[in-house]
Design a binder for this molecule. Structure first.
Ligand code: PA5
Length: 335
């Protein structure tokens, strides 16, 4: 897995260069909805962050079997992302959305999503096969952005994405930062990940990487919302562990994160700041994700566990597959 993380720059560039199958232009798009779960859902969160940062779009990310009616109409562009192409939540919500809009883009490494896109002539971007979905994050994000550009939805130029991806070349620094983070986290029981709202995607990504690679529970707290609830939960000092605070690049956020660091320290937490590099929030989140990926693999190695295996996810997927009935028929694909 480590090698895949270290190759993220090439992975992203490869996806950006990928030809889009069934290209076409969509006119009159007034909103974007992304469908995706887990590692693929985080790629959707990055697309949403890009829309906010470039001021070009407000993107809603749906992580469910069901998409509420007001969320999608005939001017909505729906972007379905599933690394395997076989995730039920994504496929079923896509099928539902396809009854409300014809503006669809799909991203996967294959699976039913690819079949569905090819059968219906949906613009489709294929990413490299054979990876753990979470390690494919930059490929899924780059492919999603490429798909959006191809259908005429431009949140930023390709050259901007290429510039952002440059941060993923900083592998030596990332390995160094990851080693320090892993040694901080190795004895944690349920670490706390704290970030300001603009970095919420990264906090969730760090949690997910610790969950899936290091098999470690983790809790996310987002400021300033945490000052209205989570903070009170520490008043009785019933639990303390290790906390990672994601560095911000905005002065007032730096100040309130400092205040919270002091509060957590007083509760008994050991706190370490995750420092980020990159010119802008998206590259900084990409860099932080790289460090988190490498660190979580290192924690797994130290604990003697396999970072790749996620047997609980597999058990859930087989449970849901038995419950939901034959998906191929629901999607209108032949057996
Ligand atoms: O990282 C993982 O392995 C998971 O979180 C998957 O991304 C999640 O189960 C969804 O699967 P997929 O990404 O194939 O749609």
């Amino acid at each position: 897995m480590r090698e895949v993380y270290l190759g993220w720059h090439e992975l992203a560039m490869e996806a950006l260069r990928q030809e889009v199958a069934n290209p076409r232009e969509y006119k009159d798009v007034d909103r974007i909805v992304v469908l995706g779960m887990g590692g693929s859902g985080i790629a959707g969160d990055l697309v949403a962050l890009t829309g906010l940062e470039t001021g070009s779009a407000f993107v809603t990310v749906v992580k469910d079997f069901y998409v509420p009616k007001p969320v999608v109409n005939d001017r909505t562009l729906v972007l379905a992302i599933s690394y395997s192409g076989n995730t039920r939540e994504t496929l079923l919500s896509l099928e539902l959305c396809s009854k409300r809009t014809s503006k669809i883009v799909a991203v996967s490494s294959g699976g039913l999503l690819e079949e569905y896109a090819m059968k219906r002539g949906i613009p489709f971007v294929k990413v490299r096969r054979g990876l753990a979905p979470r390690t494919a994050l930059p490929a899924l994000y780059a492919a999603a952005m490429k798909g959006l550009l191809t259908v005429g939805v431009s949140m930023c130029e390709s050259s901007t994405l290429e510039r952002w991806f440059d941060v993923l070349k900083e592998v030596r620094k990332a390995e160094f930062d990851a080693a320090s983070l892993a040694s901080f986290l190795r004895r944690a029981r349920m670490p706390l990940i704290v970030a300001s709202a603009r970095y919420a995607v990264l906090a969730t990504r760090i949690k997910n990487e610790l969950n899936e690679n290091a098999k470690m529970p983790a809790k996310v707290e987002i400021a300033p919302e945490l000052f209205h609830n989570d903070i009170v939960g520490w008043e009785r000092k019933l639990y303390s562990d290790r906390a990672i605070v994601v560095e911000s690049d905005i002065p007032y956020e730096v100040e309130y994160l400092k205040l919270y660091t002091e509060i957590l320290t007083d509760v008994g937490f050991e706190v370490e700041m995750l420092r980020l590099i990159g010119d802008g929030v998206v590259p900084r989140v990409l860099y932080g994700s790289l460090v988190a990926g490498l660190a979580s693999v290192k924690v797994a190695e130290i604990a003697g566990i396999d970072p790749l295996a996620t047997k609980s996810i597999a058990a859930y997927k087989s449970f849901i597959n038995n419950m939901e009935g034959e998906i191929r028929r629901t999607l209108g694909l032949s057996d």
